[in-house]
Every structure is written in C-alpha cells, then in structure tokens.
Design a binder for this molecule. Structure first.
Ligand SMILES: *[C@@H]1O[C@H](CO)[C@@H](O)[C@H](O)[C@H]1NC(C)=O
Ligand SMILES: *[C@@H]1O[C@H](CO)[C@@H](O)[C@H](O)[C@H]1NC(C)=O
Length: 224
C-alpha cells in the first residue's frame, strides 16, 4: 500500500511536455545492448501455459510466465530472479540507486541488478514504449522521488528533459519481442539505468489500446 508519495523536486518544478525525437530501432536492434545502452530487444516466443490462457489468469502468469521469463533472462544474462510487474506512463527509472538499496534490503540482504521485461500481448502501434540510451542521460537529469510504504521505503527517479537524451522505440513491437530495460546495476562501469516512457505516436492514435505484460526482475550474479 502506498501511504504517501513525496517528490523532492526543485521549487520551479512542473510537468512540462517536451517534444523529443523517438527513433525506430527496426533493423538496428542488434546495436543496442543492456550494458552499453541500458536496454535490449530480445526475440523470444512465449510458450507458457499463461500465454495459452491469454495472460488472463494471474496465478498461471506467476506460475508459468514468471518461470518462462526467468529462464529467458538467465539465458540473456547468465542469472535470474523476478518479483513485481506494472505499467508506467511518464519518463522514469523504476528506482534510483538508493531506491535499489531499499528494495534489496526489503527483498533480500544481498546484491542484485534489476530489469524490466516488457512483452506485447498484441502488436503495439498505439502508445509504444520509448527508452532513452542510458549513456545520454546524465546523473544530474535524474530527480529522486521517494515512495513511502507502511513498512519500507522506495525511491524512484523522474527525468528532467535534456536535448542530449536519445530516445528509441521498436515500431510495431510483436508478442515475440521482449524489451529488456535495465533499472539498476551495481556495477558502475556499464550502463546502469535507462529511463523509459510511453509516448503517443501521432500516426496511430486511433489504434486499439496497448496490451502488454511487464515484469520487474532482480538478477543475482555469482562470484566473478
Ligand atoms: C488459474 O491457474 C491456476 C494455476 O495453474 C489454476 O489452478 C486455476 O484453476 C486457474 N484458474 C482458472 C479460472 O482457470
Ligand atoms: C530467486 O529468489 C528467491 C528468493 O526470493 C530464491 O529462493 C531463488 O532461489 C532465486 N532464484 C534464482 C534462480 O536465483
């Protein structure tokens, strides 16, 4: 339960729409990777029982879809774990570095990286998800936002607009295309977090609503 959301922002803060160019990565998918850009598009057909049931059964999603995605992320990264899911509508990173620490203390007393894995249920034309190249977003552009729960605290980031940000999306993302977005990495020598936001594609405002399934995963690495 969220008791209060406290946004620590500058006094002049306001939600202002800033026009940005969002570039389609079609035919350049391979150029983007988690450690270099903070996101990666992975082709993976979901064979889980949850998909057979149209993702309508939450218990089945937790049972078979989580397992399917755990395996996928293990394959992509070499380790895997999972927790929550949830869709979002403004540019943000699911938790700040400090927020990741809060989460870790809450979930497990250990180190972990976190990823968001989004997969369309039907091809996406309306309100697709845009992701910013992590390396183009300066630390100074990330504004902490505390989320206070009854028994623990989370901290996320909202994003201050900057013309240096480079935004990307996959046009017509298909159900077998999973977008992995890095939300936190304990390593500091790689892309550590990629802001993301749904956006309106003016060519597709009249299409059906986006249907997608998103899970947030925590990834634990062994000794290296
Ligand atoms: C939902 O999935 C669970 C786990 O497989 C199953 O036990 C249950 O019967 C399913 N519910 C419905 C309404 O199909
Ligand atoms: C995922 O985390 C749970 C604890 O939340 C742990 O029991 C399980 O072994 C972990 N799975 C993997 C594959 O690391």
């Amino acid at each position: 339960m969220i008791l209060a959301m406290v946004l620590r922002l500058s006094p002049s803060w306001a939600m202002v729409a800033s026009p940005v160019t969002v570039t389609d990565i079609t035919d350049k998918e391979q150029e983007f990777a988690l450690d270099t850009h903070g996101f990666q598009l992975v082709v993976h057909r979901d064979e889980s029982q949850a998909r057979q049931e149209g993702y309508q059964n939450d218990s089945e999603v937790k049972l078979s879809y989580y397992a399917e995605m755990e395996q996928l992320i293990k394959n992509v990264l070499g380790a895997g774990n999972q927790s929550l899911r949830g869709p979002i509508l403004r540019a943000h990173v699911d938790q700040s570095y400090k927020g990741a620490e809060y989460d870790l203390r809450w979930y497990l007393p250990d180190e972990a990286d976190t990823l968001l894995a989004g997969r369309p249920i039907k091809p996406v034309y309306k309100d697709p998800l845009a992701v910013a190249d992590a390396t183009t977003v300066a630390e100074a552009d990330l504004i902490p936002a505390r989320i206070i729960f009854e028994d623990h605290e989370r901290e996320s980031w909202t994003v201050k607009h900057s013309p240096s940000h480079r935004w990307y999306f996959k046009y017509g993302q298909q159900p077998d295309e999973v977008l992995l977005i890095k939300c936190f990495d304990s390593r500091e020598d790689v892309a550590r977090r990629a802001p993301h936001s749904a956006f309106q594609n003016p060519r597709h405002v009249d299409e059906p609503w986006r249907e997608s399934i998103e899970i947030r995963t925590m990834v634990f690495y062994g000794d290296q």
